[in-house]
Design a protein around this ligand. Structure first.
Ligand code: FPP
Length: 247
């Protein structure tokens, strides 16, 4: 049964066979702002709006998991003003989401080291995480102060600590068991990773989880990414033959 009927002008997508998990590197905010003679922070504000639109639409079409890269472990190198603006946008989004979660039923989770966030923002992430346990809607994972290598190192450390504590032993380690030590424990691997803005890099995003993901790149900058662009990415995904290393 088709759950969703798009407008005719959108790229053809089979809504009965959507990827379960789509991950997006929200790139191009700075260039979007520069082209308009605006400060980079205006690009991030526009990018946050796009995130809201795309997340709502993903829920509408029946996607199960959406993961977005909002702030990497390397992004602290940016000017203080830009870092504060991104943190401020996350706070604004969380405050608005808390009010609407009851209605929207979008579950929010975080991948990343949240210890580095201001206490007030940390408290908001704990609240949204907690509210999310009451719903069964689409799960949105916001990667914040996230790095794929950092995630793997932390998981390795946690596993080693369990071994030292006698709870685990090295011989029993499998890929599945290791996955359970990552921020993404319990979340299926992304089927499709989208990177707008013309860059052809993975940039330390979901390194372990995207081992067999399909990649979709577009020159469109993130603030201009629309439902139409998402449809193109989904249609491209559906045209691929996934073999997971087989024939
Ligand atoms: C990359 O573009 C974008 C970021 C580092 C920040 C993304 C943040 C948001 C979209 C807003 C906050 C998020 C939420 C979830 C509310 P860039 O700055 O590297 O762009 P450029 O490559 O054009 O310079």
């Amino acid at each position: 049964m088709a759950l969703f009927k798009p407008k005719a002008e959108l790229a053809e997508v089979d809504f009965n066979h959507l990827p379960r998990h789509v991950a997006i590197i929200m790139d191009g905010n700075g260039r979007w702002a520069k082209r308009r003679g605006l400060p980079r922070t205006a690009g991030h504000a526009a990018g946050a709006e796009t995130f809201r639109t795309i997340a709502t639409y993903c829920q509408e079409i029946g996607l199960e998991y959406l993961t977005v890269y909002a702030f990497s472990t390397e992004n602290w190198k940016r000017p203080m003003e830009e870092v504060s603006a991104i943190i401020g946008l996350l706070k604004k989004y969380l405050l608005e989401s808390i009010e609407k979660m009851e209605k929207d039923k979008i579950r929010l989770h975080f991948f990343g080291d949240l210890d580095a966030l201001p206490p007030e923002l940390r408290e908001l992430t704990v609240r949204t995480d907690d509210i999310s346990t009451r719903y069964e809607g689409m799960q949105v994972n916001v990667c914040f102060n996230y790095g794929g290598r950092d995630e793997i190192v932390r998981a390795t450390r946690a596993f080693a600590a369990d071994c030292l504590a006698g709870k685990r032993n090295p011989e029993e380690l499998t890929e599945d068991l290791f996955s359970g030590y990552l921020y993404s424990a319990g979340v299926p691997d992304p089927d499709l990773v989208i990177r707008p803005s013309g860059e052809l890099r993975i940039s330390n995003f979901l390194l372990w989880q995207s081992a067999y993901a399909e990649f979709y790149y577009t020159d469109v900058l993130w603030p201009d990414f629309s439902k139409e662009e998402l449809h193109k990415a989904l249609a491209a995904y559906q045209s691929r033959s996934r073999r997971f290393g087989g024939v």
